[in-house]
Each structure stands twice: as structure tokens, then as C-alpha cells.
Design a protein around this ligand. Structure first.
Ligand code: F6P
Length: 546
């Protein structure tokens, strides 16, 4: 590809759109019996079937060429070499080090970070083992039965999602709860069923300044102190943060503070001590397997040729639909109840990373960036929003996720789940033509008038794209690999869009304004004026509170 700039490169892909836009996938499948083999790839036992996409070999070749043109591999290697690719915060992006299984040094600013990573893991192991076996107990010598993680964003979504996903590895006598929202209802409803004497709190915050988390931590502390007295607090609190001083100031004992580093972004931190509640819930060995699975995906991302590289393929397909076909959303549809928080987790991972409007050099981007990511587990979604995916006016590329083996033997549940996921991608691809609808209605014995009236409503346009990820079982290793796969997909797309996927300035303005508005909400007089909408809402709020 000649060095003509990204804009021209995007434009260059449009000729493939023109060739493919009226080409039904069902015809491409009929014409090529090797389509599945041609458009599928594996990493470990994770199979990516991307044959049900609006692509042909020429289009894929052009996309891989684009990846080479933007030097995805060089940027990946720069990240792994510890270069500060998060330029607006002058930070390296090294979450891969947290799960690295090899013996080579991994350096940030010339320093090998692996000794500190391993020491922290060792501390997490000791602490979690001792809480789980009852060596570490509460102030009144009761064994802990409930862990409450207090955090938000990356300090919540990853651990929540992973704990749910690894439910088969949890113990019924040690339950993990997650409180994130500053809405007092969240803390209240969590605590109302808990016994303070048996509850351990983990305050998780990279900065240890996030308002929601500190407000919740203070409320939890007051609840505990009221029940067991102030001296009990230190026995019932642990913390995870890069701000060790902040943790100490809160009153957390040094041996209960688990650190991490500024080269770990919040939404990439589940692999760090932020995973502490996961390790408490499922045991350190299981948590370690989760890290190992991610490391295997890292190895795949670092070594597989682009044409076989799952994160690269998925990243390129996302760019293909976002920039060339101009589809604005992307649905993630796990056929696994235990992955019910995976879409929410991915919303932060993807949208906080790639929801950017300027290039690395600060110029307005001239192409679309991150899509809206959303989803729910199947089959629930089928009875809710799939109508729109099948027949609505927007085309929504979907990722389906399915394990071959369930954790529990409950035939025919899993067989039905598999039949449904396969049926959905098939239905989206095939659609149902007018002729097929008419033939079906005739067979049902409807008269000509009824057939004419009903047919348009029953036609499915089809040709709607999807990926399917299939793997043996949702083990800790596989979960780790899937999460890392999506992280790297986000990286590939950020590289193509030439944006910084690792900062999040867009969350700051709301925080600033909330802080400024609090005195007015609290009714403190003499506040600076706001726009008439905000003023009107404040007035109405105070009227309702009278
Ligand atoms: O929402 C912004 C954000 O900074 C996220 O990136 C981060 O995961 C979250 O807040 C929580 O931050 P902290 O871990 O510092 O409390």
C-alpha cells in the first residue's frame, strides 16, 4: 500500500465494499464450500469462525495490508517493549506483564517489573489462602464468609465479570459482593444481608481518590465501626491501589495493602491486585490459571501471522464495518449465563479505550472511531432485542460466544443453547426471501390475500454479519484468553484509528461539574448560576425535597 495516509487507505477499501454490498453471503457460501476453512482461525482451543461476514479473500487481503500499512506489529512491539505509548499520560501500557509466564525481564523505563509483579502475586496468594482457610479472621475471631469489593469502573467491572464467569470454582461459604454505585441503595442493599463480624471489605481504586469509591468506603467503614467498634476496622479492610499513602491514611494496615503500577490502566487491571476479590472467591490457583490463559493469548497475539491472528482479524473486521460499511454498533452475545457481565465489562474496555475524537497528535480524526458496544447473554436477548438485529433498519455485526461443554450435566439445556446460537448466526446470514415466505405460507394453507399482506412482514433481509467464538469450556484459562483477545482487538483498532486507547479524558468533565454542583444540591446558598435547564431542575429538586 502506498504511503498515502489513512484517509486514502480507508477510501481504498471502499472498492471492496462496492463489490460486496449487493452480494448475499448465502451465495458466497453456495459458491465456495471451503468458506468456513478459509475464514476461520484458532488460538489454543478457541475457534473464531468469521466466515459469516460480508467479506471475500480480496477484501480480507486489503484489510491485512491496511494493518501492515499502519504498522500494527511495530506498535504492538513498542507496547511490549515498555515504550510510553499512552502519550497524554506519559505512561507505558504493560498489563501483559501482570500475566507474563516467561523468564525474560519485562522492562518499563529500563527497570525489570517482573520481580515486583511476582512479589505482589505472592502476597495475594498468602493473603487469599489465609482468608480462605480461616487463618485470617475478623475482629471477633469469626471466619470471613463475605467479601465486599468497593470500586468502580476498572476496579469493579473486571472482577465482577470474572467472579460471575468462574462461579463453578467458587465456594458457597465465601461469597463475593461488589458495590460500585455512589447511589446509597447499592451499599445499603448489599450490607443489609451481611454480618459485620464475618465481612471483609476490599477497597479497590487505582487512584484512591475516586469519589464514588471513597464515599462507599467511608459508609462501609462507619457501618463496621458502629457494629464492632472503631478498632475493628483494620481487621476488616484491605485495599488495592497505586496510591499506598492514601490507603494508609484511610487506616488500612500495610500488610493488607496490595499495590500496582501506573503502567496498568484501570480497565486493564483485573490481572493485577485488582483481581484480589476474584482470588478470594475462586482461590489463588484458579486466579493464576486465568492469568495463564491470558498469557497464552498474548503469545498468540505477539507471534501468530496477521492472517491467523485472532485479535487482528477481529479488529480489522470491526474497522471494516465501522469505517467502510458505517455500522455504528457492535453486539457481543455470549451464550453463557455466566458471561452475563461480559458485555458491560467490554463496554468500558472498548468504549473508554476507543471512544476518542482526536489522533495521537491531537488533530480531529477524519474517520469514525470506536463503535457502541452492547449485548446480553443468549437466549434472553432473542426474546428481547434480536427482532431489531434480524429485521431492523440498522445492521449490527454480532459476536457470538459458546462453549462446547457446560460445567453441569443437565441435558438437554446445553444442547438447546448450542442449537440456538448456531441458529441465530445462520438465520442472520441466510435471512428468508420473499419466495421462501410465500412457499411457507402456502404450505400453511393461507389464501392469496393473506399471503400478500403477511409476506413483507415475514421476510428477513439476511446478509447480517457475525463472528462465532467456540471453545471447549469456560475454564479460567479460556476466560483469560477471551478477555485478552478483546483487549488486543481494541489495541489493533486504536492503532488503525491512530488514537490513544489508553487515556480517558472524556470522563473528567462530568466529575468536575458534579463536584461543582454538590453545594447547590446540598442547598448551600450563593452558588454560581448554571444554564436555565440545570437551574430549573435544581429548583424542582428542592421543591420535591421540601
Ligand atoms: O471512569 C474513569 C476511571 O478513571 C476509569 O478509567 C477507572 O477504571 C475508574 O475511573 C476507577 O478509577 P479508580 O480505580 O482510580 O478508582
Amino acid at each position: 500500500m502506498a504511503k498515502t495516509g489513512r484517509r486514502a487507505s480507508f477510501a481504498g477499501l471502499e472498492k471492496h465494499l462496492r463489490r460486496l454490498q449487493d452480494k448475499p453471503m448465502r451465495e458466497m457460501f453456495d459458491a465456495d464450500h471451503g468458506r468456513f476453512e478459509r475464514f476461520s482461525a484458532k488460538a489454543g482451543d478457541i475457534l473464531l469462525d468469521y466466515s459469516k461476514n460480508r467479506i471475500d479473500e480480496e477484501a480480507m487481503a486489503a484489510l491485512f495490508e491496511f494493518a501492515r500499512y499502519v504498522e500494527v506489529e511495530a506498535r504492538r512491539d513498542a507496547m511490549w517493549a515498555g515504550e510510553p505509548i499512552n502519550i497524554t499520560e506519559d505512561r507505558s501500557v504493560m498489563h501483559m506483564a501482570l500475566r507474563y509466564q516467561g523468564n525474560k525481564p519485562v522492562t518499563v523505563g529500563g527497570e525489570d517489573v517482573m520481580p515486583a509483579v511476582r512479589e505482589t502475586l505472592e502476597n495475594i496468594k498468602t493473603f487469599t489462602d489465609q482468608v480462605r482457610d480461616g487463618t485470617i479472621r475478623g475482629h471477633t475471631n469469626e471466619q470471613f464468609t463475605d467479601i465486599v469489593n468497593i470500586g468502580i469502573g476498572g476496579s469493579d467491572l473486571g472482577p465482577v465479570m470474572v467472579t460471575l464467569a468462574l462461579e463453578p470454582y467458587t465456594r458457597p461459604d465465601l461469597r463475593a459482593h461488589y458495590v460500585s454505585n455512589v447511589d446509597g441503595a447499592h451499599m445499603h442493599d448489599t450490607l443489609k444481608r451481611l454480618d459485620p463480624a464475618k465481612t471483609l471489605f476490599v477497597v479497590a481504586s487505582k487512584t484512591f481518590t475516586t469519589d464514588e469509591t471513597m464515599t462507599n468506603a467511608n459508609s462501609a467503614r462507619a457501618w463496621l465501626a458502629e457494629a464492632l467498634g472503631e478498632p475493628a476496622v483494620t481487621d476488616h479492610f484491605a485495599a488495592v491501589s497505586t496510591n499506598l499513602e492514601g490507603c494508609r491514611d484511610f487506616g488500612i494496615k500495610s500488610d493488607r495493602i496490595f499495590g500496582f503500577w501506573d503502567w496498568v490502566g484501570g480497565r486493564y487491571s483485573v490481572w493485577s491486585a485488582i483481581g484480589l476479590p476474584v482470588a478470594l472467591a475462586v482461590g489463588f490457583d484458579t486466579f493464576e490459571k486465568f492469568l495463564k490463559g491470558a498469557a497464552e493469548m498474548d503469545e498468540h497475539f505477539l507471534t501468530a501471522p496477521l492472517e491467523q491472528n485472532l485479535p487482528v482479524i477481529m479488529g480489522l473486521l470491526g474497522v471494516w464495518y465501522r469505517n467502510i460499511w458505517e455500522f455504528s454498533t457492535h453486539a457481543v452475545l455470549p451464550y453463557d449465563q455466566r458471561l452475563s457481565r461480559f458485555p458491560a465489562y467490554l463496554q468500558q474496555q472498548d468504549m473508554e479505550s476507543n471512544g476518542k475524537g482526536v489522533t495521537l497528535s491531537g488533530k480531529r480524526v477524519k474517520w469514525s472511531t470506536g463503535p457502541i458496544v452492547w449485548g446480553e447473554p443468549g437466549t434472553n436477548g432473542q426474546h428481547a432485542f434480536y427482532q431489531l438485529i434480524h429485521q431492523g433498519t440498522d445492521v449490527i455485526p454480532c459476536d457470538f460466544l459458546i462453549a462446547a461443554r457446560p460445567h453441569e450435566s443437565m441435558p438437554p439445556h446445553h444442547e438447546k443453547l448450542v442449537a440456538n446460537v448456531l441458529a441465530q448466526s445462520e438465520a442472520l446470514m441466510l435471512g428468508k426471501t420473499e419466495e421462501e415466505v410465500v412457499a411457507e405460507l402456502e404450505k400453511q394453507g393461507l389464501d392469496a390475500k393473506a399471503i400478500e399482506e403477511l409476506t413483507p412482514h415475514k421476510v428477513f433481509p439476511g446478509n447480517r454479519p457475525s463472528n462465532t467464538l467456540m471453545y471447549a469450556q469456560l475454564t479460567p484459562e479460556t476466560l483469560g484468553a477471551i478477555v485478552a483477545l478483546y483487549e488486543h482487538k481494541v489495541f489493533v483498532q486504536g492503532t488503525i484509528w491512530n488514537i490513544n486507547s489508553y487515556d480517558q479524558w472524556g470522563v473528567e468533565l462530568g466529575k468536575q461539574l458534579a463536584k461543582a454542583l454538590l453545594p447547590a444540591v446540598e442547598g448551600q446558598g450563593d452558588q454560581p448560576p448554571h444554564d436555565s435547564s440545570t437551574e430549573g431542575l435544581l429548583r424542582y429538586y428542592h421543591d420535591l425535597r421540601k
